[in-house]
Design a protein around this ligand. Structure first.
Ligand code: HEC
Ligand code: HEC
Length: 415
């Protein structure tokens, strides 16, 4: 740390640090495997609508129905909203997965450079139950972004990662030198434990740490359903929509948010394509992935906390089915500036405006539009867009021959 602060490092040293960190990551992987024989187990994977063991299958099916339920105006839908159910945007290839659906965010910068969200919030709802309250991007909101839907499969394991584990990954990255990888962890509020914070890990901005918090946020902001954790209805560009709201708040009077969060917690992690992973192309590609520095951010192995660990401000205890598991998310869940940031701030400081969370690459083959804006239509295009902290990895990728590039992409498709 201090070593890096003294003076800018020459590129050769940076390269050495990168290589050393790469080795640490690899060693950590080996250590994980050893540990796994001492009580850590592989997390269950599969795109099969089956519980990961946290709850009974019959309960899982009931919880999934609430994730899939279409809310109507009589249920409290809107008045401004994006879709009628969670599954509408989280469906591929099973309920809880991702989709091609994009949402719109907007805001502007004030004279001091701070991000100011569009009146009523940076999310601009695409739908309304009356034309007079339709939201739109106002010309004054010069920062505009689209965000593609993320998968929630296996998120229970991500929620079960200790803050310390994520902070240790951040500390292992090369640090402050120009262009070097330096992931940022942000502390975000836990809605169900007022005053408590935890390292954010969900969403393109790592804006949430708790799946219950994310559920309440999404139920309000995507579907327009108020709950005990988000009791206040959205506005239309800052104007009250109370005159159009036919259902008294709190609309989620049955506390469906608890079941929806439990559904996501009980999903299996995305499964790899085992046959493809065993091909020599995929194996070669995997070596290249580590060698050129992709794995510094897209971390292959992470352990979850021990069963019984108290998290989310004391409101959630890591269940036996999720604790002491080895997962392969290919993410560090940290924020990085890779030159693609959208300028929007959510739950982080102003320095996060141009950073994005490393997206997990597990289940990569179930997606066909990449990066936060879904604008990269091939894996190669997505990799080419990496700059900033990922410049070194991206330029090493560009120097690979076509055959090697193909191997690396085959590897991605096997994850
Ligand atoms: C209109 C589409 C849409 C609907 C409806 C929707 N989501 Fe999402 N979801 C998204 C998008 C887009 C993101 C990424 C948001 C971001 O970070 O900018 C996301 C992200 C998430 C994440 C974070 C996943 C991760 O691992 O980082 C969770 C959890 C989630 N949604 C849960 C839900 C739940 C629960 C519901 C229903 C109450 C829901 N969503 C409804 C579009 C949607
Ligand atoms: C400094 C950290 C970092 C490094 C190093 C890095 N990435 Fe990424 N990667 C990111 C971030 C952050 C994003 C999301 C950027 C965005 O959405 O604007 C991303 C996005 C991606 C995506 C798109 C995934 C999706 O679901 O949309 C792929 C594919 C990917 N990276 C592959 C690679 C490969 C291959 C390498 C090595 C050549 C690499 N990355 C190196 C941080 C990194």
């Amino acid at each position: 740390m201090n070593k890096n602060e003294r003076k800018p490092l020459p590129w050769t040293t940076i390269l050495k640090i990168t290589l050393v960190t790469g080795c640490i990551v690899i060693v950590a992987g080996i250590v994980n495997r050893e540990v796994s024989s001492q009580g850590f187990q592989e997390a269950p994977t599969g795109f099969d609508n089956q519980t990961n063991g946290m709850i009974e299958q019959v309960t899982f099916n009931q919880d999934r129905e609430l994730f899939e339920k279409r809310d109507t105006i009589e249920d409290g839908l809107g008045p401004v909203y994006n879709a009628q159910s969670c599954v509408e945007c989280h469906q591929n290839v099973v309920s809880g997965g991702s989709s091609q659906i994009l949402v719109v965010r907007a805001g502007h910068r004030d004279s001091s450079g701070d991000f100011i969200e569009s009146p009523g919030g940076s999310l601009i709802h695409d739908r309304a139950i009356d034309p007079s309250i339709q939201e739109y991007v106002m010309p004054s909101e010069t920062i505009r972004s689209q965000r593609i839907s993320l998968s929630t499969l296996g998120d229970g394991f991500i929620e079960a990662i200790d803050d310390q584990t994520l902070l240790a990954i951040a500390a292992s990255q090369p640090g402050q030198s120009r262009g070097a990888v330096s992931g940022q962890a942000i502390l975000v509020p836990i809605l169900e434990s007022p005053g408590a914070t935890r390292v954010g890990r969900f969403g393109w901005k790592a804006q949430h740490a708790s799946l219950l918090s994310f559920t309440a946020d999404a139920y309000l902001n995507e579907v327009g359903i108020t709950s005990r954790l988000e009791p206040n209805e959205n506005t239309s560009l800052g104007r009250s929509v109370a005159a159009f709201d036919k259902v008294a708040d709190i609309e989620d009077s049955d506390n469906d948010i608890d079941n929806i969060a439990r559904f996501m917690r009980a999903t299996k992690a995305p499964s790899p394509d085992v046959a493809l992973a065993q091909t020599s192309d995929a194996r070669q590609g995997g070596q290249l992935f580590s060698q050129i520095g992709c794995a510094i951010c897209h971390v292959p192995n992470i352990n979850t906390a021990a069963p019984g660990t108290s998290t989310n401000g004391g409101t959630y205890i890591v269940p036996a089915a999720l604790g002491n598991k080895v997962i392969h998310p290919y993410s560090d869940f940290l924020l990085h500036n890779v030159g693609t940031g959208d300028g929007i701030v959510q739950n982080g400081g102003r320095e996060t405006a141009f950073k994005m969370r490393t997206p997990p690459l597990w289940g990569f083959r179930t997606r066909n539009r990449f990066m936060h804006d879904g604008q990269s239509l091939t894996a190669e295009e997505a990799i080419r867009r990496h700059g900033g902290e990922a410049s070194s990895a991206a330029s090493k990728f560009n120097q690979l021959g076509n055959r090697q590039k193909g191997q690396l992409i085959t590897y991605l498709r096997s994850l």
